[in-house]
Design a protein around this ligand. Structure first.
Ligand SMILES: *Cc1c(COP(=O)(O)O)cnc(C)c1O
Length: 958
C-alpha cells in the first residue's frame, strides 16, 4: 500500500520535468555512446581524485506545488509597505500588458544575447527603442543597450572620463556630496582598484580642483534641481568631463543635461515600469557624446542592412569589448539587463510622450502640493527646488516616524536630522493627505484641492524642458492595449528563444527556466520591496538569501558567499577585489600578476584589468588543457608578484583537466590565489566542487547553472563563494547594514543583494531538484553532451576530448578543416542552422573557426536528434559545395538564412537550388518552421555607418 502510494506521489516530482530524457531515452543514449550507466559514464569522465565522496547534503526533490508553498511562507515574512524612500528606487505601475507579455513570457525571457541578429530582430528593436529613449531624454548623441545598475554605471562613467579627458595627468575624480550614497560607495571601490583618487565635496567646488572628471547628480539626492551650466563650463575649462547621474522621469520634465554641458548621463530605468524587487534587476541607461563612442562601455545596438538591402539591427562596434579586446576592453560587461531595458522601453512606447509627461507632471505637482502644505504649517524643506523629492527639516523626527510606522509607510531616514519623501507614478491625492497626517499630525486642516489652487511652479523656467521628446513614430502609435499587445507579439515573433527550440550555446547553459521558478518573481512580496526598507520588513528576503547561500555553499564547497554581484563578470571583479584586499592584509599588497590561460572567457582578463592586475597569458596544449610547462615557467618567473590564476573548470574546451589539483597547488606554492570561473558549474554540481578541488574563490552564474533565464542578454546574478580566509574581504554596502560581519568593505553593486528579486528562481530550482535531482542534472547534461559528441563526431571532427575520449558538458566541433576544403565557414553553418529552426552554438569561442555545443540536461533525446539530423544534413550540403555541385558563392549555406522575401522573389529561380531546399531542407520543418525576418546582416557596413537610433519608418519601405 505504502509503496503504491509512494510511486504515485513521485509522479509529481519536478525532477522528471526538468530533465529532458526519460529512462528509456537515457538507456538508448547510453547504449549509443557505449556506457553502461550514468555512473559508469561519470566515472569515465571525471577524474577520481576530485570526485565528491559524499552526496550533496541537501534535501530530497520536491514537487512544484510543495516548493511554491514553502517559498510562499518566506514571501509572507516580507512586509510590503508604501515606499517614499526614493534614493533611485520608486514604486511604479508595471503596465499589465507588459507584465504578462514580456516579464512573464518565455518568448522574451528565455532568449539569449542577440549574437545571431537575424533571429533576434524583435529584441534588438526593443533595445534600439531603449537607446532612442535614452538619447531623447538625456539629449546626448549615443546611448548603450543597458548597464547593470546606476552605481556601476557611475563607475563606468568615471572610467570613461579617465579614458577621454585631455587632462591626462590628473588622477582625481570629483564627486558631488549630494549623489546617492550607494553610487558613491561603488565609485569609491572602483577608483581604489584603478588607483584613482575620489574627492567628495560640494558640487559647486568641482572645478576648483585639477580633475579629469566630475560626477554630479541631477536632481541631487536631496531632491533639488540645480542649474549646472556655469559649473559645467568651468569643469570643461579644466579639460575634465561632466558625468551626470539622473532620473528618467525627471528628465521628461527637465531640460536635457546635454543642453547644459553634460558629457555622460546615466541612471536607473527602474521607474519606467520595472518593479523595485528589493534592489533589482533593473536596467541602467548610459549615454554620451558621439566623440566618445569608441570609449562607450557595454553593448550598443546599431542599424545595418541585410543582403537584400533591408534595414537590420545588430550589436555594433563589438571590437571595443571584452570578448574581443580582453584586457584592453572598455569594461568587463557581458551579461547586462536586456529584459529590463526592454520593459522600460516598452513603458515609453505604451505611454508615449504625452502619457509620460502626464505621469511626470502629476508626480511633480503632487510633490509641490505636499511641499506647499508643509510650508504653510511651518515645516521647511532643505531643498528649494524639486522634481519629486523633498528633504525635510523636522524637529519631531521620532514622533513622525512613529506615525509613519502606524500608517504603514516608509520615509527616507538615513540622513541625520532630516527626513526624505519621494513621490512617484503611483502617488494619489489621498497619499499626499496621508503624508500630511504623518508629517504634521492629524488636525492640520489641509486639503489637497485647496492647496492645489495655490501651488506655483517652483522650477526655474530655464531648467524646464522645452524640446520635444520621443517624436519617433514607435512611441506614438501603440497606445491602446490591443495595439501594444500586437506590437509585443510582432517583435516576439521575430526572435528565436527556448520556447521554439534548443539553444545549444556552449558556456551559456541554456537550460529550462521553469514556470514554477519564474512565478514567484511577480509576487508583490518579492517584487515591491524597496532595497533600503527597514530590515524588519524584509525578513523573508533575508531568509531566502540565507537559505540559498547555504545551498550554494554546500554545492560549491566554499565557506562564505556574497550575493551582491549582478553578473558573472561582476562576480569576477568582486572576487579579485577580495583577493587583493586579502593579500594587502597579510603584507602582500605588491602582488599584481594574474595568470590567465589563453582559452579564458574575455571577461576574465577584462575583470583583472578593473582590479589593476597585470594579465600574463598561459598557453594551452593542443588538447585544450593548460600547458603545465608554460604554467610552471610563468608561475616561477612571476613568483614574487603572483596574485592569482583565473581558471575555468571544466575548461572552456569542455574537458576536465586531470591536473587541476596540481595547478591549484602550484599557484598556492607561489603565494597566489586560485580564482575558479564558475560558469561551467553545470558539469560540477553534485559530482565535484571548486572548494574540494582547491580553489579559493569563484563566481556562480545563477543565470546559467541555476536556471535564471538569460532575458535576451540579462538579467543575471554572479554571487561569489570564497574560502574562509577571503570572507572578511567580500563586498559590503554603504546603506544597508545587515549585521553580518565585513560590512566596512566597499560595494560592487547599488543594492546589497544585487538583483534580489530573481533569487527565488534559483531557490526554487535547487529546492525542487533536491540533492538527487541536482546531481542527476549534471549527469544527464554530460550524457546529452557526449551523445551529441558521439553522433556529430561521425560527421565533424570533435576538437578536444578528455579522459577515455569523453567530453564534459559541452563539445567543440572543428570547422576549420571543412572550411579549408570547401570554403564553407563556421558563420555559414551558424546561419544555415536558422533555416533548420535552430540557434547556432557558440561560434569561435574559445577557438576561432569552431562551434561549441552545450545541450544541457533539459533537452530530450528527440530534440537532440532533430539537431543532429540538421547538422548531418548541413554536412551533406557542405559536401555538395565541396564537390562543386553548388557554386561556392551561390548555395544554401552562403545564402543562409533564407527569408520569405527570398522565397517569393522571382529571381530565386536562377539559384542552383530550389525553394524547398532553401526553406524546408528536412521534413520536420513543415510542421514547425521558424522564419528569420532578415537576411544575413552586413556587420562591416553597420560599423562604418554607425547609426544607433530608431530607423524612420519609411526606411522599411523600398
Ligand atoms: C558567461 C561567462 C562569463 C561571464 O558571465 P556574465 O554573467 O555574462 O558576466 C565568464 N566566464 C565564462 C566561462 C562564461 O561562460
Amino acid at each position: 500500500m505504502m509503496n503504491t502510494l509512494h510511486a504515485l506521489l513521485n509522479q509529481d516530482e519536478f525532477l522528471s520535468r526538468h530533465i529532458g530524457p526519460d529512462e528509456a531515452e537515457r538507456k538508448a543514449m547510453l547504449h549509443a555512446i557505449g556506457a553502461d550507466s550514468l555512473e559508469d559514464l561519470i566515472n569515465q569522465i571525471v577524474p577520481e581524485a576530485i570526485r565528491s565522496a559524499e552526496p550533496l547534503g541537501l534535501a530530497a526533490p520536491m514537487s512544484e506545488v510543495d516548493a511554491l508553498a514553502k517559498l510562499r511562507a518566506l514571501a509572507d515574512q516580507n512586509e510590503v509597505r508604501k515606499s517614499y524612500i526614493g534614493m533611485g528606487y520608486y514604486p511604479t505601475h508595471v503596465p499589465h500588458v507588459i507584465l504578462r507579455n514580456v516579464l512573464e513570457n518565455p518568448g522574451w525571457y528565455t532568449a539569449y544575447t542577440p549574437y545571431q541578429p537575424e533571429i533576434a530582430q524583435g529584441r534588438l528593436e526593443a533595445i534600439l527603442n531603449f537607446q532612442q529613449m535614452t538619447m531623447d531624454l538625456t539629449g546626448l548623441d549615443l546611448a548603450s543597450a543597458s548597464l547593470l545598475d546606476e552605481a556601476t554605471a557611475a563607475a563606468e562613467a568615471m572610467a570613461l572620463a579617465k579614458r577621454m579627458s585631455k587632462n591626462k595627468k590628473s588622477e582625481l575624480f570629483y564627486v558631488a556630496d549630494d549623489v546617492f550614497p550607494q553610487t558613491l560607495d561603488v565609485v569609491k571601490t572602483r577608483a581604489e582598484q584603478l588607483g584613482l583618487e575620489v574627492l567628495v565635496g560640494p558640487a559647486k567646488e568641482a572645478a576648483d580642483h585639477d580633475i579629469f572628471g566630475a560626477l554630479l547628480q541631477y536632481p541631487n539626492q536631496l531632491g533639488s534641481v540645480e542649474d549646472y551650466q556655469t559649473l559645467a563650463e568651468a569643469i570643461h575649462a579644466k579639460k575634465a568631463l561632466v558625468c551626470v547621474a539622473s532620473d528618467l522621469l525627471a528628465l521628461v520634465k527637465l531640460q536635457a543635461p546635454a543642453q547644459w554641458g553634460a558629457d555622460v548621463v546615466f541612471g536607473s530605468a527602474q521607474r519606467f515600469g520595472v518593479p523595485m524587487g528589493y534592489g533589482g534587476p533593473h536596467a541602467a541607461f548610459f549615454a554620451t557624446r558621439d566623440a566618445f563612442k569608441r570609449s562607450m562601455p557595454g553593448r550598443i545596438i546599431g542599424v545595418s542592412k541585410d543582403t537584400r538591402g533591408k534595414p537590420a539591427l545588430r550589436m555594433a562596434m563589438q571590437t571595443r569589448e571584452q570578448h574581443i579586446r580582453r584586457e584592453k576592453a572598455n569594461s568587463n560587461i557581458c551579461t547586462a539587463q536586456v529584459l529590463l531595458a526592454n520593459m522600460a522601453s516598452f513603458f515609453a512606447v505604451y505611454h508615449g510622450p504625452e502619457g509620460l509627461k502626464r505621469i511626470a507632471e502629476r508626480t511633480h505637482r503632487l510633490t509641490s502640493i505636499l511641499a506647499a502644505g508643509l510650508m504653510q504649517r511651518g515645516v521647511a524643506t532643505v531643498n528649494s527646488s524639486w522634481f519629486d523629492t523633498l528633504t525635510l527639516q523636522v524637529s519631531d523626527r521620532d514622533a513622525i516616524l512613529a506615525r509613519a510606522d502606524a500608517a504603514g509607510i516608509n520615509l527616507r531616514t538615513d540622513l541625520a536630522e532630516t527626513l526624505g519623501v519621494s513621490l512617484d507614478e503611483t502617488t494619489r491625492p489621498e497619499d499626499v493627505a496621508l503624508l500630511w497626517n504623518v508629517l504634521l499630525g492629524e488636525g492640520h486642516g489641509l486639503t489637497v484641492d485647496a492647496v492645489d489652487e495655490m501651488v506655483d511652479t517652483i522650477l526655474d523656467p530655464k531648467l524646464v524642458r522645452s524640446t520635444p521628446i520621443l517624436t519617433h513614430e514607435v512611441f506614438n502609435r501603440h497606445h491602446s492595449e490591443t495595439e501594444m499587445m500586437r506590437y509585443l507579439r510582432k517583435l516576439q515573433g521575430k526572435d528565436l528563444a527556448l520556447d521554439h527550440s534548443m539553444i545549444s550555446l556552449g558556456s551559456c547553459t541554456m537550460k529550462l527556466n521553469a514556470a514554477a521558478e519564474m512565478i514567484p518573481v511577480s509576487w508583490p512580496e518579492f517584487a515591491n520591496l524597496h532595497p533600503f526598507c527597514p530590515q524588519e520588513q524584509a525578513k523573508g528576503y533575508r531568509a531566502l538569501v540565507k537559505t540559498l547561500s547555504d545551498y550554494l555553499l554546500e554545492i560549491t564547497g566554499y565557506d562564505a558567499l556574497c550575493m551582491q554581484p549582478n553578473s558573472g563578470a561582476q562576480g569576477e571583479y568582486a572576487g579579485l577585489v577580495a583577493i587583493k584586499k586579502y593579500q594587502e592584509s597579510i603584507g602582500q599588497g605588491h602582488r599584481d600578476i594574474c595568470l590567465i590561460p589563453s582559452s579564458a572567457h574575455g571577461t576574465n582578463p577584462a575583470s583583472a584589468m578593473l582590479a589593476s592586475l597585470k594579465v600574463v597569458v598561459v598557453a594551452s596544449n593542443r588538447d585544450g588543457t593548460v600547458d603545465m610547462d608554460d604554467l610552471r615557467a610563468k608561475a616561477e618567473e612571476h613568483s614574487e608578484r603572483l596574485s592569482c590564476i583565473m581558471v575555468t573548470y571544466p575548461s572552456t574546451h569542455g574537458v576536465y583537466e586531470e591536473q587541476i589539483g596540481t595547478i591549484c597547488d602550484l599557484i598556492h606554492e607561489h603565494g597566489g590565489q586560485v580564482y575558479m570561473d564558475g560558469a561551467n558549474m553545470n558539469a560540477q554540481v553534485g559530482i565535484t566542487s571548486p572548494g574540494l578541488i582547491g580553489s579559493d574563490v569563484s563566481h556562480l552564474n545563477l543565470h546559467k547553472t541555476f536556471a535564471i533565464p538569460h532575458g535576451g542578454g540579462g538579467p543575471g546574478m554572479g554571487p561569489i563563494g570564497v574560502k574562509a580566509h577571503l570572507a572578511p574581504f567580500m563586498a559590503g554596502h554603504a546603506v544597508v547594514k545587515t549585521g553580518d560581519e565585513h560590512q566596512n568593505n566597499g560595494a560592487v553593486s547599488a543594492a546589497q543583494y544585487g538583483s534580489a528579486s530573481i533569487l527565488p528562481i534559483s531557490w526554487m530550482y535547487i529546492v525542487m531538484l533536491g540533492a538527487r535531482g541536482l546531481t542527476e542534472s549534471t549527469q544527464v547534461a554530460m550524457l546529452n553532451a557526449n551523445y551529441l559528441a558521439t553522433e556529430l563526431g561521425k560527421h565533424y571532427p570533435i576538437l578536444y576530448t578528455g579522459r577515455n575520449d569523453r567530453i564534459a558538458h559541452e563539445c567543440i566541433i572543428d570547422l576549420r578543416p571543412i572550411k579549408e576544403e570547401t570554403g564553407v565557414t563556421e558563420m555559414d553553418v551558424a546561419k544555415r542552422l536558422m533555416d533548420y529552426g535552430f540557434h547556432a552554438p557558440t561560434m569561435s569561442f574559445p577557438v576561432a573557426g569552431t562551434l561549441m555545443i552545450e545541450p544541457t540536461e533539459s533537452e530530450a533525446k528527440g530534440e537532440l536528434d532533430r539537431f543532429i539530423h540538421a547538422m548531418i544534413n548541413i554536412r551533406e550540403e557542405i559536401a555538395m559545395v565541396g564537390r562543386g555541385e553548388w557554386p561556392a558563392d551561390n548555395n544554401p549555406l552562403c545564402n543562409a538564412p533564407h527569408t520569405l522575401d527570398d522565397i517569393v522573389d522571382p529571381a530565386f529561380d536562377s539559384r542552383p537550388y530550389g525553394r524547398e531546399q532553401a526553406a524546408f531542407p528536412v521534413a520536420e520543418l513543415r510542421d514547425n518552421k521558424f522564419w528569420p525576418t532578415v537576411n544575413r546582416i552586413d556587420d562591416v557596413y553597420g560599423d562604418r555607418n554607425l547609426f544607433c537610433a530608431c530607423v524612420p519608418m519609411d526606411a522599411y519601405q523600398d
